[in-house]
Design a protein around this ligand. Structure first.
Ligand SMILES: NC(=O)c1ccc[n+]([C@@H]2O[C@H](COP(=O)([O-])OP(=O)(O)OC[C@H]3O[C@@H](n4cnc5c(N)ncnc54)[C@H](O)[C@@H]3O)[C@@H](O)[C@H]2O)c1
Length: 270
């Protein structure tokens, strides 16, 4: 046994949401480990920027635009990816986030959340963030008896955070769907796991975490005080867990698992 355990040579990794901060870092990690990477995002320019970073570091990557809220759009991306890079053997599902309209505040109490807003978070995190990509890319993996799917959960899937109620519920559903698929597809050589990131500054939450003068907000102080490592994570700190779960050699007996990369957040108590 050697460090080839963590090699992704010969793999084709599809990273959805990799125009963003966290999946972008994981997509770069897949390429460093030898995979050919399809960088998929709603924002083509952001996907292209990630693919270019990979190419500049000597990796193989191509950008694809797709809206993961629409199955047909993912289906078109799947066909384009297969023609360009070959069929997916790794699928990273990271489209997601919290719609601020659903955040509970004194002016926007739980009992008044409009159902359309609630559904938007479920459509983004559960449907685009896991269901549709698994429906589009999973059957090919099952047919070929080979695949690793990594869904992105959140600490709020485990312990609902204050204010982001429908985000938390939708991420809890991602954990549950992941275990369902792990059980269904294990006999066919397809593994399905989650990574639970703690708190990482990214495009979607930066305004919540830092004031305009870059000082930490009150929310940030609360997060740090509840994180044993007393800091935010950095996107590159997710790469090890992602490569481990992606690698058919390193995690061959791992399915239905959740790897927490959270600085100890979910271990914290008084
Ligand atoms: N940043 C954190 O602290 C944190 C913590 C826990 C979980 N997460 C989760 O990690 C994942 C990645 O988030 P991030 O922090 O990198 O945010 P991000 O906003 O930087 O990245 C999200 C990416 O998803 C893309 N996207 C959104 N809707 C899409 C759609 N319908 N189709 C295709 N692409 C779409 C966006 O264009 C963006 O590039 C999300 O699921 C998020 O909920 C983030």
């Amino acid at each position: 046994m050697s460090m080839d355990l963590f090699s992704l040579k010969g793999e084709v990794a599809v990273a959805i949401g990799a125009g963003g901060v966290l999946a972008g870092a994981m997509a770069e990690g897949f390429a460093m480990a030898g995979a050919r990477v399809a960088v998929v995002d709603l924002r083509l320019e952001a996907a292209q920027a990630c693919a270019q970073r990979i190419q500049q570091n000597g990796g193989v990557a191509q950008a694809f635009a797709a809206n993961a809220m629409e199955k047909e759009s993912l289906e078109q991306a799947r066909q384009a990816i297969e023609a360009a890079l070959g069929p997916a053997t790794i699928l990273l599902n990271a489209a997601g986030g919290n719609d601020p309209k659903v955040t509970v505040t004194p002016d926007n109490p739980f009992e008044n959340i409009p159902i359309e807003n609630w559904r938007r978070n479920f459509d983004l995190n559960l449907v685009a963030g896991a269901l549709f990509p698994c429906q589009v890319f999973g059957p090919g993996m099952v047919a070929r008896r080979k695949g690793s799917i990594i869904n992105i959960a959140s600490v709020s899937a485990h312990i609902p955070l204050s204010r982001v109620v429908s985000y938390s519920a939708s991420k809890a559903a991602v954990l549950n769907l992941t275990r369902f698929l792990a059980r269904e597809w294990a006999p066919y050589g397809v593994r399905v796991n989650t990574i639970t990131p703690g708190f990482f500054p990214a495009d979607q939450n930066r305004r919540l975490l830092f004031n305009e003068d870059n000082t930490p907000t009150e929310r940030t102080r609360q997060i740090w005080s509840h994180t044993p490592m007393n800091r935010f994570g950095e996107a590159h700190e997710l790469v090890g867990a992602a490569i481990f779960l992606a690698s058919p050699a390193a995690s061959s007996f791992v399915t239905g698992a959740d790897i927490r990369v959270d600085g100890g957040f979910l271990a914290q108590t008084i």
